[in-house]
Design a protein around this ligand. Sequence first.
Ligand code: MSP
Length: 575
Amino acid sequence: MPNDQANQTPYYITTPIYYVNDRPHIGHCYTTLIADVAARAQRLVGRDVFFLTGTDEHAEKVSKTAAENNKTPYEWATINAERFKEAFAFMNFSNDDFVRTTEDRHIAKAIEYINTLKDQGIITLGDYEGWYDPSQEEYLTEMVAKESDYKSPVTGRPLEKRVEQNWFFDLPRYEPWLKEQIESGTIQVLPEARKNEVLGRLKQGLRPVPVSRQIKEGDADWGITMPGDDSHRIYVWIEALCNYLTTVDNDERSKYWQGEVVHLMAKDILWFHAIIWPAMLHALGKQPPNSVYAHAYWIAEGTKMSKSLGNFIEIDLLQAYAEKFSLDAVRWFLTTQGPLGANDADFAHSRFIEVYNADLANSVGNSVSRVGNMVNKYFEGTIPATCNGQFGFPDGSSLQTARKALENAGKPVDDPDRTFDLAKFCSEATDKYLDALSNMDLETALDTARSIVREVDEFISYSAPFTLAKQLETLDDAPHALQSILYSCAEALRIASLLLSPAMPQKMAQLWTTWNCTHLTDPSDPNSSFLAPLAQLAQWNGPHSIKIGQTITKGDALFMRADAKEPPPETAPRV
Ligand code: MSP
């Protein structure tokens, strides 16, 4: 997609809907965060975006934990759904909707889909034979049963071979179609390693998928009754997958399903999203998703997180970090250091401090305050009238003047042939950013944004404006050169801040306020409402650039340096 034209295809990004048996933790926040960063970046590019998250409420474990907590399943689901909503609001996620599968709008449509598939003979009644664990009241796959020597992996009691009547979705009939769609990339399974895994498993053949569970005596009244069969409930996974469609299956939102559809999740549930869901959609005569992206896991201080170890990084800890280092620092750390690729990522305090100092305090924060301070010191905080970003570039006359000033001061000049073209650098970085974004490569996208900051730092070190500033009266052209250099730095940082804003919306909005960049965002929502698509906003010396007469106030430091010797933030013990 060329930089000068916004992609007109609507963009629909989803996260898994999360179980509400417990409160949210880092894993749930992470997937939703990368969806948020992608959604914000696509909005910045100028696309019509719909970002959906929500909760999966009809699982048996929800009714079980509800009973343990003396609540009805719905009461318990509501308590936890609220916790998810609060956590996501705290994380400043910009989701356009939050679906709960207990809502009528979801239930009605899910029933409609199941009915359609039944009417077409794609869902039929059949026998299900499997290994049943009576102690846990669940069926296990052949593989799990074999691995645990046909005993319950939880209690060690023998498994029973059981046959049950069930409704089945005829998955095998879609095998050739699925293979073709995934191999050709019509359905992009990402990252690449995951695509190979899915294709490998597909080769082993497909079996019909149960879409219901028989209601047993003593079962909680929880779940959606199978249409036309009161003795069954729709299997929670089948119903849950439907949320992606139920939420946008109306006149106002159907354009999103016809646009680019991206499902995000972790590797644990890729199969459901890459195989079962696309087949269901195909059977319903709907387009499959364009991309199914499965990231790896967060682990904590080198150890897998689990309930039994009690080492889940919960939202409270993220809040404690946010209080100390700012929310955007937490967002930055999770987005750039997270398990976006095939490898798991470790949440370790020492790493957090390292990344915080290197990327934020010493880089973005420092660069912004250096440039702001110089504009204040040398121009009383106002971009001077003679200043023009084109001045001195690309002929490099400002650099020549800067080198002359260094010579006059008896200071060494690194590489006298070195040239800088910040305008070109920013334009190329913007193209690279857009490219990375289209592959969900947020790490490259954000690093590209930061590369502009690195280039500005290098430019300042090389051109030494503080040396130039001491010769304003004695060196011809020094005033122009100083203006031109500082203007270029400020303008480049403005462009970098745009590219960084999906990950750090609040901090970048803070910068735009202190630098009076009122022509970038809607003043009623500087957090996300841009006045033009990125290609225009990021234009050097364009309508949204830093302007002559613009006041750049010093403002508070964006990120204070962190002391690695201080103890990590802690959370209060839970009562
Ligand atoms: N309810 C189902 C999903 C239905 S989608 C139609 C479910 N829920 S879940 O609450 O268990 O959430 C699983 C998802 O949470 C993972 O796919 C991932 O997005 C996120 N994570 C949970 N633990 C995680 C980590 N340790 N690390 C990163 N993300 C993980 O499955």
